[in-house]
Design a protein around this ligand. Sequence first.
Ligand SMILES: Cc1cc2nc3c(=O)[nH]c(=O)nc-3n(C[C@H](O)[C@H](O)[C@H](O)COP(=O)(O)O)c2cc1C
Length: 224
Amino acid sequence: MTLSEAILSRHSVRNYMDTPLTAEQVETLNTDIARCNREGDVHLQLITNEPHCFQAEKPHYGRFSGVRNYIALVGRKSADLDERLGYYGEQVVLLAQTLGLNTCWVGLTYKKTPSALKIEKGETMRGVIALGVGTTQGVQHKSKPFEAVTEGTDFPDWFRQGVEAALLAPTAINQQKFKFVWNDGQVKVKAGMGFFAHMDLGIVACHFEIASDHRFFLDQLHKR
Ligand SMILES: Cc1cc2nc3c(=O)[nH]c(=O)nc-3n(C[C@H](O)[C@H](O)[C@H](O)COP(=O)(O)O)c2cc1C
């Protein structure tokens, strides 16, 4: 399965089987996580066989069962941390999908298990990504139309393909509060107001770049 195919088949899955990750899956994920941490100055951590994170009794939306593996979204506090966690976390989500695993981003309904995590001084944890063999493949979410998430005119085909893939991306409560702007031959993505809207921004940029084969997001972050 390619990353573009993974974009099409990925949906949030909240119920998991007991099946442990294989040693090969763990190694492949850890190799990619190490690359993301280096490139993105983040501290993603794959935690396996740790069921406590999802046993918290909290008011929540969505219900989870059988979660024993997850990726902790950790990084040094900074203005663009959420964007980078979204951008790199989604790269790992799509890789996991190609390995036959299911995932779900979780911003709210988890419990921190300090003994399983490494959170250094100056770092913060912003959420987790549940990971494993799902009991189902999930379902396709409803999407806003192309026009609702774009600004500009005379969009090239690759821009359209990028936006269509961004509309397939996970966003918190499926809010899709982002806008891709095509102006002066340049792409930009803007976040709207909402919970985790900046993490969503990195996630949708990841999908856009894969489907359009055009990189822009890291430049956009560096120009801030
Ligand atoms: C940053 C972020 C945080 C999320 N937090 C939660 C959460 O706390 N609980 C939950 O059940 N789902 C959570 N989700 C999953 C979204 O509800 C889901 O991605 C969205 O409804 C779209 O569905 P899909 O992922 O199946 O395409 C989160 C997603 C993102 C991107």
